[in-house]
Write a protein that binds this ligand. Structure first.
Ligand SMILES: Cc1cc2nc3c(=O)[nH]c(=O)nc-3n(C[C@H](O)[C@H](O)[C@H](O)COP(=O)(O)OP(=O)(O)OC[C@H]3O[C@@H](n4cnc5c(N)ncnc54)[C@H](O)[C@@H]3O)c2cc1C
Ligand code: SF4
Length: 265
């Protein structure tokens, strides 16, 4: 399925094909922003929105993303909502998009047109760059590149999927931690296929590849799922006020996997 880059978020969430085949996408869009904003926000704009780090928006404070070389005020400052993995000493900002998270779980591919008309594609996993020493370069897009669409491969046959967002308010709040999960259970209740992508924890949607490898073929307990999640987050570099996100992510994955397994026909 191809979603146009200029499709408004509210239309995407109401699309019959999206709701039926990619329910985690519809749920994620409806979990984002407010009804008013969703009528204007576009698919491409949502993926390419910039961080909500408070220092990025406060021009009186140092911020390497806004002003290269000025420092990162968040490391010693307010960072509760920022990233715990994929960060660098230069920047610990998290990516705010809800939509990007299920797109990562569904292995979406972003279609791009160059100013000269040349077309190319990039997997959603590679669209956003990690900050490293150059946090102001956030994606692999070049100036003038236009995102024309997002292509979703067919979802795994017989799989159930969902998106769950932990946030400080029920509406109009960015994710503290969120999860898109796609899961299919096979014979004997073993997991045949599982895809897990976290939001709110990294500078890009964060696929839990290691956890998926550990869980496939098993009938995991909640503790097994938590342990697999922690393994996938082993490279995390949490700061004092956001270390809680690791336990929260593990609990969220365990709860969603349990619910999806319980909901299998
Ligand atoms: C108060 C508030 C709360 C919000 N809460 C959430 C939330 O909880 N979850 C969430 O996911 N989002 C949230 N958002 C983001 C919102 O949903 C929009 O996606 C976001 O504001 C981007 O707006 P837009 O889609 O109009 O893109 P724009 O603001 O128009 O564009 C954003 C960036 O993308 C670039 N761009 C746009 N289209 C293209 C294209 N086709 N090709 C290349 N570059 C392009 C623009 O140049 C710009 O740099 C919130 C926004 C606000 C203001
Ligand atoms: S975390 Fe990134 S965006 Fe926030 S202050 Fe540091 S450099 Fe700037």
């Amino acid at each position: 399925m191809l979603i146009g880059g200029a499709v408004r978020n509210y239309r995407l969430a109401r699309d019959e094909g999206i709701c039926r085949r990619y329910p985690a996408v519809a749920r994620a869009v409806l979990a984002g922003a407010s009804g008013q904003i969703r009528t204007q926000a576009t698919v491409a704009g949502n993926l390419l929105q910039r961080t909500r780090c408070p220092y990025f928006q406060n021009t009186t404070t140092p911020c390497n993303k806004r002003e290269p070389g000025s420092g990162c005020a968040a490391v010693a400052g307010v960072h509760r909502d920022l990233a715990v993995i994929g960060t660098s000493d230069a920047c610990v900002a998290s990516h705010p998009s809800d939509l990007a998270v299920p797109l990562a779980a569904y292995d979406a591919v972003v279609e791009v047109r160059r100013p000269d008309g040349a077309e190319w594609t990039v997997p959603i996993h590679d669209l956003h760059r990690l900050p490293g020493d150059t946090p102001w370069i956030e994606t692999v897009l070049e100036p003038g590149d236009l995102v024309t669409g997002v292509r979703l491969p067919p979802p795994p046959a017989g799989a159930l999927a969902t998106y769950r967002k932990v946030r400080d308010r029920w509406s109009y709040a960015f994710a503290v931690v969120s999860l898109a999960a796609v899961l299919r259970v096979g014979a004997g209740g073993r997991i045949d296929e599982i895809r897990l992508a976290l939001g709110g924890v990294a500078p890009k949607p964060w696929r839990l590849w290691a956890a998926e490898r550990l869980l496939v073929g098993t009938r995991p307990s909640d503790d097994d799922v938590r342990a697999a999640t922690m393994t996938a987050l082993a490279d995390a570099r949490p700061l004092p006020d956001n270390a809680f996100k690791l336990d929260l992510a593990a609990d969220l994955v365990a709860a969603v996997v349990r619910d999806l397994r319980g909901a299998q026909p």
